[in-house]
Write a protein that binds this ligand. Structure first.
Ligand code: HPA
Ligand code: ZN
Length: 326
């Protein structure tokens, strides 16, 4: 029996706004602002993942895309496209989107926030998709910059921003460096998550013990450590896994298309959700990530829907709003 991957309901907890910008939109925004199209190439070449040597090179492309997003309308438009073309059209009912102010140098926090919120409202009116924002700290910046970002989040507090994240290359920014920013966020009642994909494995303990994370983005090495697996099971930590983006071998994943880590996490009973990370940049979308797991691991409709149920339970909506997704 064939599975209707595109229409299966999905809840998206690991998708970056900058990583969602459609190739044609990158070129149009570059033209609009008189910024040369990133590195002179067409956007399709830009997103040709085979041309990136490693995560650092990928993130420099990501930064180039961030630099074409300059005014509130750019943030409105890109948010709208992420939530509709890369969201509702793939059965996504709800998305908590990572927004990275540090990827848009020279753009005021308020401009970003207002534009993203406008895109969220429009997408909801047109398709029904609901959404919230996770403001992401760039771990390649200083701890002081991270703290300042959290201060901005608090100064411009609004219902749409439900938490903070930590992304960019783990190797260049050990999580413990950001303890003050995370503590400040915790005191303000913001939820906390952080990327941990390449390791080292000890980083997971820092996320839980020092940063106060209740979610981990990727987190595959949890299954390399039985004590950490038991701890995360006990604490109900939610892992936002991204099959296609993490299967790019030289970045972090196995690169063999077998998705063994995700299989082991599911087998261990951990709370796993599935998403696309930076969909056009990794040549994927929410439908494709579900399909890939079915093809690689034989997951059936029931298992795919279980990922969605876990994401509903693990998302950062109020209980009454969660009920609307069930
Ligand atoms: N890895 C780390 N940080 C990121 C990524 C990624 O794939 N995308 C956006 N920020
Ligand atoms: Zn990510």
């Amino acid at each position: 029996m064939s599975i209707p991957f595109a229409t299966l309901p999905k809840v998206s907890l690991h998708c970056h706004l900058t990583g969602s910008v459609l190739p044609g939109t990158v070129l149009e925004l570059a033209r609009k602002h008189g910024v040369p199209a990133p590195d002179g190439r067409g956007a399709h070449d830009l997103y040709d993942i085979d041309s990136h040597e490693d995560l650092d090179e990928f993130l420099r492309v990501y930064d180039l895309v961030g630099r074409v997003m300059r005014d509130a309308d750019d943030f409105r438009r890109t948010t709208y496209e992420s939530l509709t073309t890369l969201g509702a059209e793939h059965g996504v009912l709800y998305r908590e989107i990572f927004v990275s102010p540090p990827s848009h140098p020279g753009v005021a926090y308020r401009t970003i926030l207002d534009g993203v919120r406008a895109g969220m409202r429009e997408a909801k009116a047109d398709t029904g998709i609901d959404s919230r924002i996770i403001m992401a700290i760039n771990r390649e910046d200083t701890p002081a910059a991270a703290f300042d970002l959290v201060e901005q989040v608090i100064a411009h507090r609004c219902d749409e921003v439900v938490g903070i994240g930590l992304d960019y290359a783990e190797i260049h920014g050990p999580p413990g460096l950001f303890h003050e920013a995370f503590a400040r966020a915790g005191r303000a009642g913001l939820r906390r998550t952080a990327h941990s994909e390449s390791g080292p494995p000890g980083n997971l303990a820092i996320l839980l013990d020092v940063l106060g994370c209740t979610r981990v983005d990727h987190g595959y090495h949890v299954v390399d450590d039985p004590d950490m697996t038991a701890r995360c099971l006990d604490a109900g930590i939610v892992f936002t896994c991204t099959p296609v983006s993490s299967d790019i071998g030289r970045y972090s994943g196995s690169g063999n298309g077998k998705h063994e880590k995700i299989a082991a996490m599911v087998e261990a009973g951990l709370r796993v959700t599935i998403d696309s990370d930076d969909p056009p940049m990794f040549g994927t979308d929410p439908t494709n990530d579900f399909r890939i797991l079915h093809e690689a691991l034989g997951y059936d409709t029931e298992q795919l829907l279980a990922f969605t149920r876990t994401a509903v339970d693990g998302c950062w909506l109020d209980e009454s709003d969660k009920a609307a997704l069930r």
